[in-house]
Each structure stands twice: as structure tokens, then as C-alpha cells.
Design a protein around this ligand. Structure first.
Ligand SMILES: Nc1ncnc2c1ncn2[C@@H]1O[C@H](COP(=O)(O)OP(=O)(O)OP(=O)(O)O)[C@@H](O)[C@H]1O
Ligand SMILES: [Mg+2]
Length: 239
């Protein structure tokens, strides 16, 4: 295989036998997973199934946690959480630029804020932004680092339904423009189908279902929804 072809097909993330346990209780039990470069993947699973544990392991922010396995991940990784984690004592632009240097950093920060629809709000304080705007700022903070891998742990979980829909469109647009690999943890089956090209279900410490999403088929959304809910042990007929 020619080197450049190899690079294109090389997975951005490669996990083999990833195991994590807390106080002797195994949460991840030998997870094998490849995330191809540029793919948008969603991760579903019951509360407590280990989604955040898996995301933290991939992000390399689980120091001190007992476990084993091998992980390959890109150098530039950004993480977005349910809350924006903006520093309340800094204005929006310095929050977005936190830890970045270089003389064009300010310009890049402004461009990232404009991309998420916050152009002109650079000098606002986090407390002056709505919840949705704060999450936009968090996305800008990720973007400005030009991540090869974007990890998002229920980034829209605290937003109202209308804002969520707008954020879905924004995230998909940003992904199309910048093409990082994305791993989006969500509780929401519909969010997963609308946004992702591949949906994983974490079950009993492993990837129980690995579904490729092709939205073009007739009634595709409904069919995927049924399969995913079934994998999650939820009946659509349930009251
Ligand atoms: N630092 C920790 N110490 C002890 N137990 C932990 C720790 N972190 C996670 N756990 C346990 O590991 C299990 C998986 O947690 P995790 O947060 O990964 O679940 P999750 O799938 O993200 O759940 P949710 O959907 O509710 O966010 C849970 O039972 C949790 O209590
Ligand atoms: Mg979680």
C-alpha cells in the first residue's frame, strides 16, 4: 500500500482489549474499536454502561484508573462536555484561546466564534451567554485547536429541544467543513441517527451493536430507531 493511501485509510482511533474497572467492578471489558479518520460516530448505551469512561480513556484523561489494553489516538484531540466548562472570570475570546499561543491565535479564535454564530460576542462574560451560546463557545474552543478527533460527551444534554435541533445542524456543518473524526456520546437515539454515519451501542462492557447509517433508504430513520431501541432493550410500544 502506498504511504499516502495507508494514511488515508488508517484509523484515527484504534482500541484493542480496553478494560477499565472501578473498585474491582469491570465497566469496560475488552473493547475493540477502530474509528476511521473523518467518520462521525455516535455512542449509545444505558446510563452507567461506561460511555463516559470509554470517552475519557480515548481522551487520555483517566489517569489513575485501573485498566489495560492498547490505545492509538491522534495528537490533537478536543473534548466537549455537557456543561461548557468556560472559566467564569474570563471573557469569551480568552476562554476560547485558553492555552493557545502564536500571534495568529486571536484571529483564529475570532474566526471560530464567527463560525459558531458568536461573532461580536468576544468580550462577553460566560454568564452573559445563554446555555446554547455557552455550548457554542465550547465548540469554538474545540475548533480553534483544529482537532483530528472531537470527543463529545452529551454536549446537548442540558439544552432545550429547539436549541438542540439548531446545535445538531451546527455540529454537522462544522464536521462537514473541518472533517475531524467525531465520537458523540448521547442518550438520544434520534440524535444519533440524525447526526452520525455510524452508531455504536455499548453493552455489558463491549460494543454490542455497530450500525452503519445510510439515511437515504425508505423509512430509514424509523428502521434504525427500531433496531437501536431493541438493542437498548426498549420497546417502542412501551407506554
Ligand atoms: N471515578 C469513578 N469511581 C468509581 N466508579 C466510577 C467512576 N467513574 C465511573 N464509575 C462507574 O462506572 C460506571 C460507568 O460510568 P460512566 O460514567 O462511564 O457511565 P455512562 O454510560 O457515561 O453513564 P451516563 O449515561 O449516566 O452518563 C458507573 O457504574 C459508574 O458509577
Ligand atoms: Mg456519561
Amino acid at each position: 500500500m502506498a504511504p499516502h493511501t495507508e494514511q488515508l485509510t488508517r484509523p484515527a482511533v484504534r482500541l484493542r482489549g480496553l478494560t477499565r474497572s472501578f473498585e474491582g467492578r469491570t465497566v469496560l471489558d475488552g473493547v475493540d474499536l477502530d474509528l476511521p479518520a473523518g467518520q462521525f460516530t455516535a455512542l449509545l448505551g444505558h446510563s452507567g454502561s461506561g460511555k463516559s469512561t470509554l470517552l475519557r480513556a480515548i481522551a487520555g484523561i483517566d489517569h489513575g484508573v485501573a485498566g489495560s489494553g492498547t490505545l492509538t489516538a491522534p495528537e490533537r484531540v478536543s473534548v466537549v462536555f455537557q456543561d461548557s466548562r468556560l472559566l467564569p472570570w474570563r471573557r469569551i475570546l480568552p476562554n476560547v484561546l485558553l492555552g493557545l499561543d502564536g500571534k495568529d491565535a486571536g484571529e483564529r479564535g475570532r474566526a471560530a466564534l464567527a463560525e459558531v454564530g458568536l461573532g461580536g460576542r468576544e468580550r462577553a462574560w460566560p454568564s452573559e451567554l445563554s446555555g446554547g451560546e455557552q455550548q457554542r463557545a465550547a465548540l469554538a474552543r474545540s475548533l480553534v485547536r483544529e482537532p483530528e478527533l472531537l470527543l463529545a460527551d452529551e454536549p446537548f444534554g442540558a439544552l432545550d429541544a429547539l436549541t438542540r435541533i439548531k446545535m445538531h445542524a451546527l455540529l454537522r456543518q462544522l464536521w462537514e467543513r473541518h472533517r475531524p473524526s467525531v465520537l458523540l456520546v448521547t442518550h438520544d437515539v434520534d440524535e444519533a441517527i440524525v447526526l452520525a454515519d455510524r452508531v455504536l451501542v455499548l453493552e455489558d462492557g463491549r460494543i454490542g451493536l455497530d450500525l452503519t447509517v445510510d439515511r437515504d433508504g425508505p423509512d430509514a430513520h424509523r428502521a434504525y430507531r427500531g433496531r437501536l431501541l431493541k438493542a437498548l432493550g426498549v420497546s417502542e410500544d412501551a407506554p
